[in-house]
Design a protein around this ligand. Structure first.
Ligand code: FAD
Length: 404
């Protein structure tokens, strides 16, 4: 099999053996697809994806929110740095806008007021939010119980992301630049020989000096195949359900409502309401399925905070959010294996940080500095480096449920 090489390493319209590449990316979710698309501008890139559909796992199961104040400081920097691309992508990247204004209302019950005060006073959070009294909170989301949401802050710039268009935009960009996506290819072997990785998937072997590990929840499994030390990745199951809104009420303009301790959230979703108990159940990497208990918890927690009465769960699903100990992604070359690049640990933020993660990964893979625009917004290679996680055997146990 041969593939046409259109604009690779200075040559045009050449042909290259389909087994030899400059970079093999493992995983075609948002992380692998976006990094591969940027690298394909100057490198021959192959993406290997185990499933038939590139968005089958976490990327296709998210709540699709962009909130620049959500997550660890490192995540918030990556989100800020992704904003420009999400709001104004390159011409031709997508047919329609990638984001739609939503707003995020972080609420506190009486006991949670101190937590909300601490959160909203953080230096990079205060300028992005404004305090909202109970009357305004109820105007924004009329089902909130007056005696529950006693304090709130609004992040007006939070937005819904069209995840499908974002992901497909990167896959199109990759292919247009001569990159190859091979689906139904499960990587089962990785060997380093003669300065190249030999990557075996479904009996076929591909080779490249650089491998990018963008395997989502399976990233530590891939490291194990390569003999690389794991980073202590812990996949956590999160559940979401769709329910009918109150009869005769249009919910489209409501913000996303998030409990400040992240015990639940809900948001409008195509005329229905998406509810989540914000669960974080540690599991092995798998095709996550919704658990009845978590579905019931989502409904119970939202019913306690609102006047919503759920009569029917129209749809339910679960997906994995995979974290390392400090809940900040891992982007950089492994210190213990030449040419093995980590792009993992996106947790619950892989969509909203996607564009900046891709730019960061592209620069670091090519041995360059992080672009100055990203650095000015706080993206720092040291916060993301795999080195920070090595030599700490208990990292997986120390992944906590701290609000983020
Ligand atoms: C319920 C829920 C809500 C969320 N809400 C948000 C949100 O509002 N905003 C946000 O930014 N993020 C959110 N997230 C998180 C976001 O979805 C993830 O961070 C992101 O999708 C991770 O992307 P990924 O490419 O790393 O992983 P994935 O999409 O899982 O992609 C990894 C790919 O690697 C492939 N793979 C694994 N092993 C192999 C192998 N051996 N060979 C070949 N391929 C392999 C898998 O098949 C998979 O397709 C949410 C997640 C969930 C579950």
């Amino acid at each position: 099999m041969v593939v046409r090489r259109t604009d690779v390493c200075g040559e045009r319209d050449g042909f290259v053996s389909a087994t030899d590449f400059d970079i093999v990316v493992i995983g075609a979710g948002i992380a692998g697809a976006s990094a591969a698309a940027l690298l394909a501008q100057t490198r021959r890139v192959l993406v290997l994806e185990r499933e038939s559909q590139p968005g089958y796992h976490s990327t296709g199961r998210s709540a699709a929110l962009f909130s620049a104040i959500y997550g660890s400081p490192g995540v918030r920097a990556l989100s800020r740095a992704s904003r420009d691309f999400l709001y104004a992508p390159a011409p031709g990247f997508a047919e329609a806008p990638l984001v739609k204004p939503r707003g995020a209302l972080y609420i506190a019950s009486r006991d949670q007021v101190p937590a909300l005060d601490v959160f909203s006073a953080l230096p990079d959070i205060a300028p992005a939010t404004r305090a909202v009294d109970t009357a305004e909170a109820l105007r924004l989301c009329p089902i909130l119980r007056e005696d529950y949401a006693v304090r709130a802050v609004l992040e007006p710039d939070a937005a819904d992301v069209d995840v499908h268009s974002l992901h497909q935009g990167y896959l199109r960009m990759l292919r247009a630049r001569g990159g190859v996506v091979a689906t139904d290819r499960e990587v089962e072997r990785l060997e380093r020989r003669g300065g190249r990785w030999r990557v075996t998937a479904n009996g076929e072997t591909y080779s490249a000096p650089i491998v990018i590990n963008a395997a989502g929840a399976w990233a530590d499994v891939i490291a194990g195949l390569a003999g690389v030390a794991p980073v202590g990745l812990q996949p956590m199951r999160r559940t979401a359900v769709l329910v009918d809104p109150p009869e005769g009420v249009s919910v489209e303009a409501w913000p996303m409502v998030i409990d400040i301790d992240e015990q639940f959230y809900f948001k409008p979703d195509a005329g229905q309401l998406l509810l989540s108990p914000a669960d974080e159940t540690p599991v092995d990497p798998c095709d996550a399925q919704a658990d009845e208990w978590d579905v019931a918890t989502a409904v119970a927690r939202v019913e306690e905070a609102t006047t919503l009465q759920v009569r029917r769960v129209a749809h339910r699903w679960a997906g994995l959010r995979s974290f390392v100990a400090d809940r900040t992604p891992v982007v950089g070359y492994a210190p213990d294996a030449e040419g093995f690049f980590w792009l993992a640990g996106q947790g619950g933020y892989g969509i909203q940080t996607g564009p900046a993660m891709a730019e960061t990964a592209c620069a670091l893979v090519l041995g360059r500095e992080i672009p100055a625009r990203l650095a000015a917004l706080g993206v720092d290679a040291r916060d993301l480096a795999p080195e920070r996680l090595l030599g700490e055997p208990e990292t997986a146990q120390r992944v906590t449920g701290a609000a983020s």
